[in-house]
Design a protein around this ligand. Sequence first.
Ligand code: NAD
Length: 496
Amino acid sequence: MQNITHWINGKPVEVDGSRFGDVTNPATGKITGRVALASKATTDEAVAAAAAAFPGWRDTSLARRVQVLFAFRELLNARKSELAAIITAEHGKVLEDALGEIARGQEVVEFACGIPHLLKGGYTESASTKVDVHSLRQPLGVAAIISPFNFPAMVPMWFFPVAIAAGNTVVIKPSEKDPTAANWLASLWKEAGLPDGVFNVLHGDKEAVDALLDSPEVSAVSFVGSTPIARYVYERGTATGKRVQALGGAKNHMLVLPDADLNLAADAAVNAGFGAAGERCMAISAVVAVDAIADELVAKIAERTRTLRIGDGTRGCDMGPLITAAHRDKVAGYIDAGIEQGATVVLDGRHPSPDAEGDGFFLNPTLFDNVTPDMTIYQDEIFGPVLSVVRVPGFDEGLDLINSNPYGNGTAIFTNDGGAARRFENEVTVGMVGINVPIPVPMAYYSFGGWKNSLFGDTHAYGADGVHFFTRGKVVTTRWQDPSHGGLNLGFPTNS
Ligand code: NAD
């Protein structure tokens, strides 16, 4: 069994106290590792290492910082299959999907390689007589990154490439359910030449998170996870004066209009609904079908879903297991509730026969039709392979439904009517919008983030927002007198 230690100051650090968590392979149900759960003392040690490394890294030239980032990018690209295997073994998602999340994370590394351009300030010559003004963006110090189980590589990579490139040092607190990916990334940074202490990994649970939030040496917190914890992290972190961005849960809708290409829409619904067993913050969980095409669309989605192969992610299947037995049972409970509350069950996923050894945490995909907004399966973020079809009379009712939802992470419209798509884009109260694209995750040079209960704070992840989040502005006003200057003047400075 693997012992998963913290990574502090450039090396694995054996564990202090007595608290550990089990790490399980969800496809087999077997415990494969034991992860340390940090105490406040270990958290302080990790933060102190990051704080000590900050002045040296901040003052390292941009040329050198970029060389390290490029080296990291090259190593990651060459060895991503090792990381994908780790992700599949601890998360359960199929290997192809694990490689997909690494590719999206790698794009942020590539974006961060352009940091010299992104940090350039402004300059105004002769703002007043002999007075020039310029602006700088400087790093904050120690940034804490707290991430969820569902993207053990990509979500940390939304933040740390930009944070590090901008001159900050980081402490990553990954999910205790799939912690090994973060250690692998730490050793890759070391190989790339990153100085010790710039990238630290702290494993743990609430105790570690609270200690990070309360630490006076942590300047910024990037959090991704469920909405109640995101709200808590935002409130507790900002109460101690930190800059916080806390991305929360989601309930993503896909509106299908009668003029849509229904084959394209059905493919999209299946991919976005059941990919990664629905454990994606951008998964589609509600298909909003206009009545005129609802029967045909449901039939097409069902037909495609029946062909999916469920099993161990290393065996070329389409969909893997859920993260834990408890989560599998919770999702199965939602299926029970959907049936009890009167939804039409088109495909019932509660009795899977996966292609896997052992006792993994599998469900088959479940498809519900005639779901109504008062049902629990519509209201809650299920975070599993359960797709609900809600029928509406037309575009306006579909848009109203989406806009009245408390979450606002992602959404999509499927149509061939440019006017409808344009109105949807303009009026929908959601942060990331797809037009005939089911999972509209922005490219690395835009920024990722939802609205409403899907994000607390006002800065999205990566892109220009990421650079802004991990730096602080400063404006310098300079006067260099020419040699002819002399005499006193006690008047208030005025512009002339
Ligand atoms: P989670 O909220 O349970 O855990 C997220 C992190 O918070 C983990 O590191 C965990 O150790 C820590 N944590 C858990 N309970 C805590 C507590 N009481 N106090 C302090 N810290 C705590 O989320 P999860 O189950 O790991 O991930 C799934 C959730 O993440 C879903 O809701 C999903 O929508 C969301 N998510 C959102 C996005 C996004 O971009 N908005 C992306 C990925 C995942």
